[in-house]
Design a protein around this ligand. Structure first.
Ligand SMILES: Cc1cc2nc3c(=O)[nH]c(=O)nc-3n(C[C@H](O)[C@H](O)[C@H](O)COP(=O)(O)O)c2cc1C
Ligand code: SF4
Length: 586
């Protein structure tokens, strides 16, 4: 299929291609791209510098990125990375003098059920790392063996489906849901989705039928359907498995949405870490075109034209936020937009755009085929149907579990073989941390909502270190657009590092509370708003973990309250910053 992207919008993809060819992005190359796309060089440089997978300085011909999620750490990634660096004589984040290799970390690569994991040259994944694999990898790099010739077994990615329910356990023939949608008509399809009370699986839980209706009704004649496959929330890997095992179903759901909304153009925004899935996804798309399930006159219906392009991300978690995702699709930096207007009215290139999660499209396809009553009969009244969970951490059987909404956390812990569990992080770092007294709670929008991650921590884990890893994640992924998030996330990391080094006092915990309050209402997008969630939960529920790191229970001698307050004010731009601190000091 010819690339439907107008040229400037293809910038991010062009940068990826250029880097895949040259290894990094030297200035003359950027200047060439700028000329070709009719863009100022400063714009091209600004976009390239935004994404972590683009390199404006030379990097090693072998670029190794260790996944650095908390579950990778629990599986020993830090010692393995130190070992690899020692064997290769390289410092983390610094290219070796001969230009052969660089080793660094990436946020979660979506392989938590089979970590520790690494990415090689942004293209190849290696799972289940251990000391032996690391030693062999060092030898292969020294011998300049291309990664494509390394053991295929190392790149094996298992689906690990442990519990299948109606989505993972049934089969839908390609075109079946689409035929049901055509029979219902666009309005009838939207009504069916509304009646099912399907809520988006990407986190916010917005009613999918309402979103499609708003998009259909929005002024404009070129509508767009986007599948959000950015899956950047640490601990989440269910979309990886849906795209691996059920790509047809995902594309079917997107095509049903296109029919209902009246869209001719579709995108899958695939996170860069899942680059290894690209060829097989393209092959499924091609098969669907040949079967008349994509392209012009789908299933013989005149005027029903729709096709899907896969757009690869480049290592920016914030691009999972729907408006940042759209900016990235347009070839720009992934800075979240000011909303309203919402994407359903003003999305990709100003066109009405519906952005939905991978799992949402799968559910929608089934609902259109089997009917809303069937779906609404599963789960709870406000959370209908099933939810797919990615379970990882301290359990015997990490992997994918599909449950009806309303299932209790304790049931999931038994099923995955968790023992002596101290805490469960539901929904990734942006979600909720539950302590043992809360394991009777239910996963649903009425109680504990989730985008699909469930990380298990047994009693040997230091919950302070868990919170510190999450804080590092948010500071690393803040896009830097607004001050409270950019500075606030860094200040949180600094405080936690101080506590970890044994130099902190109770005052530091107070400041952390304060930073949470200040950031909560003052940030531009959900990333900054959620950045302190793990901190708040763990301080409240696992206070002893923090106390163990406190140097003293009082303010340290020489503590300068004024300096602390002006730091908090500078961070947030709010004059009331630190009011709580002042009163507690008095
Ligand atoms: C920082 C941030 C990251 C997000 N990442 C994702 C993601 O990886 N996948 C996803 O489906 N939604 C993600 N979302 C939510 C999307 O903005 C959006 O709500 C979702 O794609 C809508 O799809 P749904 O209605 O099917 O849930 C993220 C939101 C924020 C604030
Ligand atoms: S809250 Fe953070 S991620 Fe969101 S726009 Fe502001 S700086 Fe960027």
């Amino acid at each position: 299929m010819s690339d439907p992207l107008p040229h400037p919008t293809s910038l991010v993809q062009r940068l990826r291609e250029a880097q895949a060819e040259h290894g990094w992005l030297p200035r003359p190359l950027l200047a060439g791209l700028a000329g070709e796309l009719g863009l100022p060089l400063a714009h091209v440089e600004g976009v390239a510098s935004f994404y972590r997978f683009f390199h404006l300085q030379p990097v090693g011909r072998y670029r190794i990125l260790f996944s650095d999620n908390i579950t990778d750490r629990m599986l020993g990634n830090q010692a393995l990375m130190a070992d690899l660096c020692r064997r290769l004589g390289v410092q983390p984040g610094v290219m070796r003098a001969d230009g052969r290799v660089s080793v660094a970390t990436a946020s979660c690569t979506g392989l938590c059920d089979q970590g520790p994991a690494m990415l090689v040259n942004h293209h190849q994944v290696i799972t289940r790392l251990d000391a032996e694999r690391v030693a062999r990898i060092a030898e292969l790099i020294e011998a300049e063996v291309p990664p494509a010739q390394w053991s295929a077994e190392w790149s094996r990615v298992d689906d690990n489906i442990r519990r299948a329910d109606v989505l993972l356990g049934s089969a839908l023939a390609p075109g079946e849901a689409l035929a049901a949608g055509l029979a219902r008509g666009p309005e009838g399809t939207i009504e069916e989705i509304k009646r099912s009370n399907l809520r988006g699986r990407g986190g916010a839980g917005f009613a999918t039928g309402t979103e499609w209706a708003l998009c259909r009704q929005a002024p404009g004649d070129q509508r767009v359907v986007v599948c959000n496959a950015d899956e950047g929330e640490p601990g989440t890997f269910k979309d990886r498995v849906l795209l691996t095992r059920h790509a047809d179903l995902v594309f079917e759901g997107m095509t049903v949405a296109a029919f209902a909304i009246g869209a001719a153009q579709g995108f899958v925004y695939l996170r860069g870490e899942y680059r290894y899935l690209l060829e097989q996804l393209e092959a499924v798309l091609q098969r669907r075109r040949e079967a008349k399930l994509l392209g012009e006159g789908i299933l013989g219906r005149d005027g029903f034209d729709f096709d899907i392009t896969i757009h690869l991300g480049a290592g920016a978690y914030v691009c999972g936020e729907e408006s940042a995702l759209i900016e990235s699709l347009e070839g720009k930096r992934g800075t979240p937009r000011i909303r309203p207007p919402f994407p359903v009215r003003h999305g990709y290139l100003g066109r009405p755009t519906s952005v939905n999660n991978v799992e949402t499209f799968c559910a929608a396809a089934y609902i259109v085929q089997r009917g809303s009553a069937w779906w609404a009969g599963i789960g709870t009244p406000k959370s209908t149907g099933t939810k797919i969970h990615s379970i990882s951490g301290d359990c015997e059987r990490p992997g994918i579990y599909e449950y009806p909404f309303g299932t209790r956390v304790e049931t999931m812990l038994v099923d995955c073989g968790a023992r002596d569990t101290q805490a469960v992080q539901v929904g990734g770092p942006s979600g909720t941390c539950l302590s043992a007294s809360e394991f009777g709670r239910r996963i649903c929008f009425e109680d504990v909502p989730t985008a699909g991650a469930l990380m298990v921590f047994d009693r040997s884990r230091d919950m302070f270190e868990v919170a510190r890893n999450f804080a590092q994640f948010f500071a690393h992924e803040s896009c830097g657009f607004c001050t409270p998030c950019r500075v606030g996330t860094e200040l949180v990391v600094r405080r936690l590092d101080k506590l970890a080094a044994g130099r902190g006092s109770r005052h530091d915990v107070e400041v952390l509370y304060e930073l949470d309050k200040l950031m909560h209402g003052a940030t531009h997008c959900g990333l900054g708003g959620a950045a302190c969630n793990p901190l708040r939960d763990t301080i409240a529920k696992f206070r002893p973990s923090y106390e163990r790191h406190l140097k003293s229970l009082h303010f340290e001698p020489g503590f300068d309250l004024d300096a602390e307050l002006s730091e908090a004010r500078a961070a947030t731009g709010r004059d009331d910053a630190g009011a709580h601190l002042e009163s507690s000091h008095e």
